[in-house]
Write a protein that binds this ligand. Structure first.
Ligand code: GAR
Length: 230
């Protein structure tokens, strides 16, 4: 049976698009069953509709506090009975109750090489600090903001001419390879949260997470060996 995936967004949804495109040829393995936004005008909702995916908009402004909004959001997500919930540019801090409810099946993509630069304005902070590299990270979500077990990161180098916008564009290119990879690991049953550690193929992932380049090299070498065997 296909892994049922709900994606939460607040904005443009370029990561959502990368996930949709990646799943399109193999919907028997994984299917995005709903896209939910806290902003009714998020462009990502149009991307979902164009792909024939059900959408919901639930504004946090219609709820008196965070706990009630998160409870309502939780109920809407549960209607779709997801195996996996992906935060893809969902710009809300989630309550502990929400995070606990989806324990082990909630992933986030964050635009920095975590644990560096949790929170907002990550590109500006990396530039200001004079960093030579930056990137994005996929991690399991726990109660600590941007602090859950790291899974995999995509690095980009920072050049002297980079601006916040050019850096954001480079980071997003990496994100569009990174999130489908992590999603597929989960779909294939290879990625799990065990005793609060991210595990791939039953082995704990190192605390700093894996590196996308190494994972893609491994994949290419594996494909090469398979070809040679044929
Ligand atoms: C992405 O860069 C994602 O890493 C970031 O929002 C962007 C959404 O872009 N997420 C966060 O900052 C979460 N703290 P998108 O809407 O084009 O996918």
């Amino acid at each position: 049976m296909a892994c049922r995936i709900v994606v939460l967004i607040s904005g443009s949804g370029t990561n959502l698009q990368a996930l949709i495109d990646d799943l399109a040829p193999r919907s028997e393995h994984g299917q995005i069953v709903a896209v939910i936004s806290n902003k009714a005008d998020a462009f990502g909702l149009q991307r979902a509709q164009a792909a024939g995916i059900p959408t919901r908009a639930l504004s946090h402004r219609d709820y008196p506090d965070r706990a009630l909004f998160d409870q309502a959001l939780c109920n809407v997500i549960d209607e779709f009975a997801p195996d996996l919930v992906l935060l893809a540019g969902f710009m809300r801090i989630l309550t502990a109750d929400f995070v606990r409810h989806f324990h082990g099946r909630l992933l986030n993509i964050h635009p920095s090489l975590l644990p560096k630069y949790k929170g907002l304005h990550t590109h500006a902070r990396a530039l200001e600090a004079g960093d030579r590299e930056h990137g994005s990270t996929v991690h399991f979500v726990t109660e600590e903001l941007d602090g859950g077990p790291l899974i995999v990161s995509a690095r980009v180098s920072i050049n002297a001419t980079d601006t916040e916008a050019s850096l954001a564009a480079k980071v997003q290119q990496g994100e569009h390879r990174l999130y489908p990879l992590a999603m597929n690991w989960f779909i294939q049953g290879r990625l799990r949260l065990q005793d609060n550690r991210a595990c791939l193929d039953g082995q704990p992932i190192p605390e700093q997470g894996l590196d996308l380049e190494d994972c893609e090299t491994d994949k290419r070498e594996h494909a090469h060996v398979l070809q040679q065997d044929q």
